[in-house]
Design a protein around this ligand. Structure first.
Ligand code: HEM
Length: 453
């Protein structure tokens, strides 16, 4: 039944005016928070589709036509990567963070202008960075400005909902392991932003192109992939998936060990110890999935009302891709020679097979209710986009190794097919979410919805 602000005529007698006014204010706040979140999500979807995926597909089609990984400008590849990681995934994380973290930590409400300002500055920074790498017009000034904007937006996010804000019962309860993982992810994002701040100023002063040099880019990608994206997804997994998937209780020490190994792996990569780094990251990947009990049967029935029942299968497949990504990383590092096919396959096993699959699965599970108590428009489209994503990823990862490493020339013909399948998957995901947001809420936002499920 809908819980709307009450009409004085129908208001129950036990509800005094002060309580009703409190409830109305809480409902209004919930609606405003949902509007903030929807803005972050829709802009993330736009980044994912246009500057991210379409440019990625264009790059892959060009590489396949010329049958050479180095055939296209590094700037175009980096623009695609930046739009996906910062424009899509990080924008989602910032929006979900503003919406859910204050509730999870029972913090006092923050001023909403902070979330809107963060969104404007972040979006301007990501757009500017993308444009500067594609059209290097006044890039010596534009590139550092884009890094400053992204960094400033992150600082605003951090001071608004970061660990400095204590909840009334903080100090009494020890931190749960998912919080450590989210903190590691936040530190990884901060480090990535600091690295790009330094590099963009350096390039602006000394270089003749806005593209990051290869050696810097490799380290920066380690930080973003394993220092930021992976721990964030582990953190949200540990917080939500034991309930959503009905998993057995998380093995907390193992989970903390996974986070520690991951952090060590990133530090080793930064110090150029690439083989030990990839081995540590493989261990972290295996431990994280085992600690969260993804490789064991569920204890309880998964909570899949209003979404596709295959949800828990896709989440498990995603954790399988995480291990494949890390194992490919070990292979690439051990091979010694430059191995763009194996590194590229490892990167996309992680970003498409793990990160995108988790965002598609968990996003379609939680975002409809976070964004104004809606239900997902089409569970069938959810199944379609996840199946296509997994198919596209399998073709992409396998044929990238075969083609780029010159093991099998026919694999060049498979790469464009994989790109089109992945692009369709991504578009179906966007359509399903936007369709969901356009539908009316099933229940009016309620002040009682204080805690995220
Ligand atoms: C959806 C289909 C996608 C296609 C067709 C695609 C295509 C490409 C291509 C052709 C490259 C050049 C290097 C290589 O060949 O491996 C690349 C690099 C990259 N992609 Fe993707 N990609 C896709 C999805 C994603 C996603 C979802 C993410 C992240 C969430 C991502 C992040 C990256 C990153 C970080 C790089 C490296 C950028 C750099 O070298 O700085 N990609 N992608």
């Amino acid at each position: 039944m809908a819980r709307m602000p009450m009409d004085p005529q129908t208001k129950p007698q036990w509800l005094d005016d002060a309580t009703q006014s409190l409830m109305d204010r809480a409902i209004a706040r919930e609606k405003s928070l949902s509007a903030v979140l929807m803005t972050y999500i829709v802009s993330g979807l736009i980044f994912m589709l246009l500057p991210g995926t379409f440019l990625g597909v264009w790059n892959l089609l060009s590489i396949s036509r010329l049958q050479a990984a180095e055939a296209i400008s590094p700037g175009w590849i980096q623009a695609h990567g930046h739009a996906q990681i910062f424009g899509w995934v990080a924008t989602f994380i910032l929006g979900i963070g503003f919406y859910s973290i204050p509730k999870l930590r029972k913090m006092k409400p923050f001023a909403l202008w902070r979330a809107w300002t963060c969104w404007s500055v972040w979006t301007a920074g990501v757009l500017l960075r993308w444009a500067m790498t594609i059209w290097p017009w006044h890039w010596r000034v534009g590139l550092p400005i884009s890094a400053v904007l992204e960094f400033a937006a992150f600082l605003l996010f951090f001071v608004t909902i970061g660990p400095a804000h204590s909840s009334p019962d903080s100090g009494k309860k020890p931190w749960e392991p998912w919080i450590f993982s989210v903190l590691l992810g936040t530190s990884g994002l901060l480090l990535g932003l600091l690295m790009q701040l330094y590099e963009t100023f350096w390039l602006g002063l000394h270089a003749d192109s806005p593209s990051f040099p290869h050696s810097f880019d490799q380290k920066y990608l380690f930080v973003l992939a394993w220092g930021f994206l992976a721990p964030f997804v582990w953190g949200f997994s540990a917080r939500w998936l034991p309930v959503f998937v009905g998993l057995r209780a998380t093995r907390q020490r193992l989970f903390l060990a996974a986070i520690a190994l991951d952090a060590l792996g990133v530090v080793a990569a930064l110090l150029s110890f690439v083989v030990p780094a990839t081995v540590l990251l493989l261990a972290a990947a295996i431990l994280s999935g085992s600690a969260l009990r993804f490789f064991e049967p569920s204890l309880k029935k998964p909570k899949v009302a209003n979404i596709h029942p295959s949800f828990s299968v896709f989440v498990r497949i995603a954790y399988g891709w995480l291990i494949v990504a890390a194992a490919l990383g070990v292979w690439a590092a051990l091979s010694g020679a430059p191995s763009p096919g194996i590194w590229g396959a490892s990167r996309h096993a992680l970003t498409v097979g793990f990160i995108a699959a988790m965002v598609f699965s968990v996003g379609q599970r939680v975002l409809p209710s976070f964004c104004g108590m809606r239900i997902l428009a089409s569970p069938r489209l959810m199944f379609t986009c996840l199946s296509l994503l997994m198919l596209g990823c399998t073709l992409r990862v396998s044929s990238e190794v075969l083609a780029y490493q010159s093991y099998a020339a026919w694999a060049w013909n498979v790469l464009p097919i994989s790109a089109v399948i992945e692009m369709t998957a991504v578009s179906v995901f966007a359509v399903n979410l936007i369709w969901t947001f356009l539908r009316p809420p099933v229940v009016a936002p309620s002040p009682l919805q204080m805690y995220v499920e």
